[in-house]
Ligand binder design. Sequence first.
Ligand code: GLA
Length: 381
Amino acid sequence: MSAFESQYGESAPVRVIAPGRINLIGEHIDYLGGKVMPIAINRHLTVEAAPSNSGVVEIMPEGMDFTAPALIDLKSLERRTKPSESWMNYVIGVLSVYRDAGIQIPAFKATISSDLPTGAGLSSSAALETAIALVVEALSGVEQDVVDRALLCQRAEHEFAGVPCGIMDQLAVGAGKKGHALLLNCADLSTRQIPLPPELAIVTTDTRVKHALGDGEYKRRREDCDEILRRLDLNSFDELRKAGLETRIGELDEKLSRRARHAVSEFERVDQFAGALQSSDREALARLMRASHDSLRLDYEVSCPELDYLVASAYDLPEEFGVVGSRMTGGGFGGSTVTFVARDSAGAFCERQKKSFEEKFGRSPDSFITSAVDGAGVHAL
Ligand code: GLA
C-alpha cells in the first residue's frame, strides 16, 4: 500500500518521483558559472497528491513521527522559523515562487515518502522542491520547462531555506538521464548528456555526518569568491581563468588565493574529466578526482575528516577492489563521497568501505551502488 493510501484510504491521482543527485566533478563552481557533471541517482523522494477543496495544503511526511499532516494556509505563505518546521520551507517556498510567477496554487493533500537521506549531500532538498513544483504543475495544468522549473526551485531555496545555492542540484534532479552524466554549463545553462562507461560502477558512501549548508560556511565561500572578483576588478571566474590565475594571484591574500586556485583549477578539471569519461581513461579519471578532492580539502576547505578518510582509504585499497577514483561530492562539511570502481568489484568495495569506516569511527556509513536514472517526473494514475 502506498503512503497516500495508508494515510487517506484512497489512491492518489498524482504521483511524482524525484531522484537525488551526486556530482562527479565540478564542485562549488556552479555559482561561479563553471561546468559541473552531476547524475540523478537511484534514491528517490515520492510525493503523492490529490486536489482538495479545503483551501489549505495538507502534507504528511512519512517516517517523521507525525500524528497529523502539516498544514499550509495558501493565504499566508510565510517562512517557518521553528527548527522542527524547517523542512516545510522547501514546500512553502515553491508554492510562493509559483504563485509569484502567476500560477494559481490549488489546494491539495499529499504524502512524502523517501529513501533519500537528508543532509547527506545528495540533494534531498532539491528533490523535494522539484517534486512539489511538479505536483503544482500537474494540478494546475501549467507546465514549466525543465530549466525554468529548476530556476523557480532555486529561488525558493534562496528565499525560504536561506541557502544561496547554485543551479546544479535542481537541474540534475530535473534533467538527469538514465545511464548518463549531465554536463551542465552553469554560465548559459546549456546541457549535454555524457554516457557513463558500462564497465565502471559508481559507489556513493554517506558518512552520515549531517551537513547544514544554511549554517553559513557555504555562504561564506560565495562571499570569498565575490571578494576575489571585486579585488581583481573582474566580472567572472572565466575571465580570471582566461587571464591566467598566476598573473593575478599576487594581488590576493593567502586565503583568497587558495579559494581562487580551487575555482580556476576545478573549471579546468571538468572538461578534462568529460574527455576521460568518454574514452574510459582510468588514469585520468583517478588523477582528476584526487586533485578535485585535495583542492576542496586544502584550498576551498569544505571537506571533513570522515570524507577525507573515506577518500584516502579508497585509494589505498588493493587492486582487487578495482578503485579508479574517489572524491567528496556535493556541498561538503559532511555528506557523501563518490567513487568509480570496476563494476565487478563494486559490491565488495561497498562492504569494505563500511567495515573500515566502522573500525575507524565506531559508526556505520551507508554505501550503495549508484546508477544514473531519469530526472523527476509525474506518474499520473
Ligand atoms: C550544494 C549546492 C549546489 C552546489 C554544491 C557544491 O549542493 O546546492 O548548488 O554549489 O553544493 O558543488
